[in-house]
Design a protein around this ligand. Structure first.
Ligand code: CDT
Length: 311
């Protein structure tokens, strides 16, 4: 057994007026709680330092820039790194990144239990639109404020395991997990912000919480990996977002789940060897996969239907 005691630190809403230092205080408090329960890793949500600003059309460049980090650690986030190193606990953190070349990404980092950044990931699947939709109270403008990630889906050997990262909408795409599965991933860290009523399609919107778990449980099982999904949830600036943060075993079973829509820490003793029986049997990729039949996966984005039959 290789046990990695892992915490999933769900966050309640972050108000627009909340400063970075306020958020860091909340994160540090949950980090300490995770450590007090024996954890070596804590997973925080997507964009854990600011409100979910893509819900608004923002014209002012200076206002937009105020939501992004230009360095990591920076003056405020340094305190989180210092506390992590002092406690001896690693973490996953999502934030908006503005690079020196003025590129904008929805980013996460993996920091080990000595406080060193071991990995960076930039969100590949950006939901929503680049232009505001008429008649909506809340927009979803990730395609306006971010570029698609340019780092692929790497994994890292750290804290005794093979860890990977994904961000929110990535969890709905099987390719996300499979690319990491093909590198032997054992635990995927994932943060999300999922507004209810997002699609304006009642049959789908009514299933938001079901689809949240369905996609992560499928990804876990089909790739024999732990998945730790941390929500930012509750009602944030009038927009209500899904909670039910989870820790999912390689069997696809949920082993811990948040019950509030506030700051809440859930934990599990993740045996990183648990995926092995799946990886050696039903999901022995080397024996059973047939890449020669999967060409369309990388050749096409959208579906092309077969020609209509002659009547
Ligand atoms: N942050 C983020 O990626 N949210 C999207 C919004 C809904 S798309 C159905 C998500 O996939 O949860």
């Amino acid at each position: 057994m290789r046990k990695l005691l892992t915490a999933c630190a769900q966050m309640g809403p972050i108000a627009k007026s909340e400063r970075r230092s306020d958020c860091i205080r909340r994160l540090v408090e949950m980090m300490r709680e995770a450590k007090s329960r024996g954890c070596r890793l804590v997973v925080f949500p997507e964009m854990a330092l600011t409100t979910f600003f893509p819900r608004w059309m923002i014209d002012e460049e200076a206002e937009l820039d105020s939501y992004y980090e230009t360095e990591m650690p920076g003056p405020d986030t340094r305190a989180l790194f210092d506390e992590a190193a002092r406690l001896g606990i690693g973490f996953y953190l999502g934030y908006a990144e503005l690079t020196a070349q003025h590129r904008r990404y929805n980013t996460s980092i993996l920091v080990d239990d000595t406080g060193r950044i071991v990995g960076k990931y930039r969100k590949v699947h950006l939901p929503g639109w680049a232009e505001p939709l008429p008649g909506r109270t809340f927009q979803h403008l990730e395609k306006r404020y971010y570029e698609p990630g340019d780092l692929g889906f790497p994994v890292w050997r750290t804290m005794g395991g093979i860890l990977g990262m994904a961000i929110c909408n990535d969890r709905r795409w099987p390719e996300t997990y499979r690319v990491m599965g093909l590198q032997g991933v054992e635990l995927v860290c994932l943060g999300y912000n999922t507004p209810f009523g997002h699609l304006n399609q009642q049959p789908m919107d009514g299933l938001t919480l079901f689809h949240n778990h369905l996609s992560m449980q499928a990804g876990a099982y089909q790739n024999a990996t732990w998945v730790v999904g941390a929500a930012k949830c509750g009602t944030e600036e009038g927009s209500t977002m899904a909670g039910q943060s989870v820790i999912i075993a390689p069997s696809g079973e949920i082993v811990a789940q948040a019950v509030t829509v506030e700051d809440e820490v859930i934990t599990a003793a993740c045996d990183l060897d648990m995926g092995r029986i799946y990886k050696e049997t039903v999901f022995n990729f080397a024996i059973h996969r047939r890449p020669e039949a999967y060409g369309l996966i990388t050749e096409r984005a959208g579906a092309i239907l077969p020609p209509e039959e002659n009547q």
